[in-house]
Design a protein around this ligand. Sequence first.
Ligand code: GRF
Length: 192
Amino acid sequence: MGLKIVIFGSGRGSNFQSIVDAINRNKLNAQINAVVINNPDAPMIKKAETNNLTTLVIDNTDLSQGQHEDKILQELSSYEFDLICLAGYMRILSKNFIEVVGAPIINIHPSLLPAFPGLHAQKQALNYGVKVSGCTVHRVTEEVDAGPILGQRCVPVEEDDTVDTLARRILEQEHILYPEIIQKIANGKIPI
Ligand code: GRF
């Protein structure tokens, strides 16, 4: 049983899959009670359905942020959860949503925050010329990619790195870091 989580995503779903795999390998004491996806074309939908998880596709097209969030809150009210994990979720959450949803929210970001928040973090890191980048799991607050840091993993930047090669190596570390941090939350090692 363990920690009851809900995962939010918009796209590929590789971090989502890493959480599923960690649960299946008994490395993570958690259960996924629902998956929320805002993009009806997201490959993550198939991944969630293949794993027989409750998959709530809540399209934001033609909805204001408030309307979309109200819909999510309404749908989630049927499920129990202790934690929300954003995994490639491309919508910004409002202060109101964060306050009323009823569980802490965490996110994974492909840089060593507070460096390079926002979109295209790997490209920002390469353009800046940093020699070390990585990934961060942090608490979600109103300000994008700025909440308290819960864990990080480093990735050296190679001289011949492109955005793709760097992103790929960071992603490998994301897949290790995210389930580890969720497990630390599950066993109380990270208070949240
Ligand atoms: C990851 O790089 C994550 O850090 C960022 O968005 C990407 C999502 O990839 N927030 P995936 O959907 O988990 O494969």
